[in-house]
Design a protein around this ligand. Sequence first.
Ligand code: IPE
Length: 281
Amino acid sequence: MILIKLGGSVITDKSRPLSASRPKIAGMARTIARIEEPAIIVHGGGSFGHYWSVRYDMHTAERDYDPKGVSVVKNSMVQLNLIVLEELLRGGLRPYAMAPSGFMAGPRPIPSRVREVAGIAAASEMTPVTYGDAVWYGDGSKTYILSGDKIMSHMARIARPRLCIFALAEDGLYTDMESKRLVERIPAGAGRTAASKLNSPKSGAMDVTGGMARKVAEAARIAGYGIQVALVNGSHPKRIRDAAASGGFRGTLFEADTTIKDRKRKKSKRTASKKVKRRIK
Ligand code: IPE
């Protein structure tokens, strides 16, 4: 199974409030429809959700945000979601729409519901589709902005896809913004360093979740779960297919970090052999 995030900067025009890029969504839809492996799609907010979140000063931290802001952000995401769903359907996919409230309880994902989403992808011809949103937090009447990137991490940890793909408006991660030299491979374990270097608020005025830095941080987190992550330019949908085909692709690959699992395995082996020795004594 593959988890695919359609970034808000690809599916909308971030320079113009409330403008979806239907042709780009359509291009990605046609490509994803030709991937035979089951997939789950998550999309971002771009010039819809982000635009209104900024207008109502709403962020990822839980607060008592203006209820009108929460409604307006949510409505705008439903609007964008419908556009995405229409294009996915037209492109040959069978989208199964799911609001994040279907699998989130406050700030935490509900494991059984996330597994059910994965089950739908695996057992049917349908592709579950969800999105970043303004979400109920609890603790009085707090809400927060749940980014699509965060949803990717939650789903990856629980549903354990083979691969996560982030379709962005850039080719991937660059060494620097002047040369725009592409970083093709981030070795296992090095992702967090890359993420911390990027931790500058350079994401632009219409971005409440931290833009590229947040994406890299979540990509590094997912790689830490032992799952490969590919960052590709969604304006060139073929790159999504290439990444899914596991061959070479133009973009950035975060290698899966299996050391944590290995360490755990070694530790449990050591404990087991100690127990055996104790028994022999
Ligand atoms: C944003 O989700 C959700 C809202 C602002 C409501 P993301 O943070 O994943 O969106 P993009 O992909 O960066 O636009």
